[in-house]
Design a protein around this ligand. Structure first.
Ligand SMILES: Cc1ncc(COP(=O)(O)O)c(C=O)c1O
Length: 435
């Protein structure tokens, strides 16, 4: 017999605890420093730029405002900073054992987001999104999840801030990663395999392809539909949108400060894995802002899977964020909304598109992109684990592989920063073929 879990009293008011000054007080918005403004998101019906009213059924006003703001800095509410302080600032670590193992003259640092309670960078935005929804009276959040990291993070945020969370998890991951579903459930989230028969979008997809492995684009359609049908529910997206990238900027802002404490000048190159683009943008955009404002020349490299290569092989054009075409049209690098990526282990990188702001930066030549084969990614993940102890999330191994390849080829003492977006302790079966 299961024991009922007693309800926890939650408040949106700050606790009043002292938050260290090393936890950022503001989010950084790259839009303020871009040499050319980003193309706007368009209404899927009229193809006119979307306005706040178009987005109101899905998002709270505060997040809609953040989506379009041109302000360089947005203040972080104290309640959110207190929660961030549970694990932030995350460490920037010199990977000296990896350097020695590679025999490289380069110095390698990694910014480790796996210290969050959920195990990745995703709570940085989950907490913020849950907070703004809760203060505007939303009681339920719906969302998609690929690897399960995002669903777990939003479930954690729901637990801390008093919201119900319903997650559609891509079938390939749902079947292969039971621990992530259990993690969501421990936090109080409800998790469905996607496509499901709970939504019109899911039923239509199942009717045409009953054996589909699912995709993030399909799961987004289901979660958006469920939110649109429930007046007390809103939808929450784990990546791609400007406000998500904004929240993730805590990563790079901390890294700027931490880097200045141990090195002079700016890093030569930064590698981050890219699914929808949020951890990459979070780490790199503050450094890109520094390039644009102060003339530093840090190279910024997006590392995507060769099996889902939106930046390196996709077209730069307007496309929907989901399969059913329910989301606004966004100008982005895309493989087409109907592209179903192979069931690679890095479930969080199986997305047909890319954040419009990352796409815009790549299009302007401000960032670069490389595609990494799955076998190379996992080999690098194992190498990293054996040198540094941390087992990287399958997504993060793509950045690890690119950084290791770069360090191996280095002939000078250049400085490399690597975004380690999460740990892989709940993804161990993915490593099975590589050990
Ligand atoms: C650990 C980890 N890294 C990276 C990603 C990719 O997402 P994004 O590109 O938005 O950072 C995910 C997505 O689920 C993830 O769980």
């Amino acid at each position: 017999m299961t024991m009922p879990v007693p309800p926890v009293q939650r408040s949106l008011e700050p606790l009043g605890t002292a938050v260290p000054s090393t936890v950022p007080s503001h989010w950084y918005n790259l839009a303020a420093d871009l040499p050319e403004p980003m193309p706007p998101h368009l209404h899927p019906g009229t193809r006119e730029p979307v306005g706040p009213d178009d987005l109101a059924p899905l998002f709270p006003q505060a997040l809609i405002a953040q989506e379009v703001t041109a302000e360089r800095y947005v203040e972080i509410p104290q309640t959110i900073r207190e929660i961030y302080a549970m694990w932030r600032p995350s460490p920037l670590v010199r990977a000296e054992r990896l350097e020695r193992a590679l025999g490289t003259p380069a110095r390698i640092y990694y910014k480790y987001e796996g210290v969050s309670p959920a195990g990745s960078h995703k709570p940085n935005t989950a907490i913020a999104q849950a907070y703004y929804n809760a203060i505007e009276g939303t009681t339920t959040l719906t969302t998609e999840t690929g690897a399960g990291q995002w669903g777990a993070s939003l479930s954690l945020a729901g637990a801390l801030l008093g919201l119900d969370v319903e997650v559609w998890q891509v079938r390939a991951s749902y079947d292969s990663k039971p621990y992530r579903r259990l993690q969501m459930q421990v936090y109080g989230g409800i998790c469905h395999s996607s496509p499901s028969d709970l939504t019109e979008a899911g039923r239509a997809i199942l009717a045409s392809d009953p054996d589909t492995t699912g995709s993030l684009g399909m799961a987004i359609s289901e979660a958006v539909e469920a939110a649109a049908k429930n007046p007390k529910a809103h939808y929450s997206l784990g990546s791609v949108l400007n406000h998500v990238l904004l929240h993730q900027s805590v990563i790079g802002q901390e890294a700027l400060v931490q880097f200045a404490e141990v090195e002079s000048g700016a890093p030569d190159v930064i590698f981050g894995c890219a699914g929808g683009g949020s951890n990459l943008a979070g780490l790199t955009f503050p450094f890109l802002g520094q390039n644009l404002r102060e003339g530093t020349s840090t190279r910024l490299v997006a590392c995507e899977p060769a099996a889902c290569p939106s930046l390196t092989q996709g077209e730069y054009r307007y496309d929907h964020g989901d399969v059913a075409g329910l989301t606004p049209l966004m100008k982005m690098h895309t493989l087409g909304k109907d592209f179903v990526p192979p069931a690679i282990h890095a479930g969080g990188l199986r997305y047909h598109g890319m954040a419009p702001m990352v796409s815009h930066a790549v299009n302007l030549g401000l960032m670069e992109a490389v595609a990494v084969e799955q076998t190379d990614a996992f080999r690098a993940g194992v190498e990293f684990a054996r040198a540094e102890g941390i087992i990287p999330a399958p997504e993060s191994t793509h950045a690890v592989a690119a950084a290791i390849a770069h360090a191996r080829a280095a002939t000078t003492d250049e400085v490399i920063v690597l975004g380690l977006s999460g740990n892989g302790v709940l993804d161990l079966p993915a490593y099975d073929e590589y050990v």
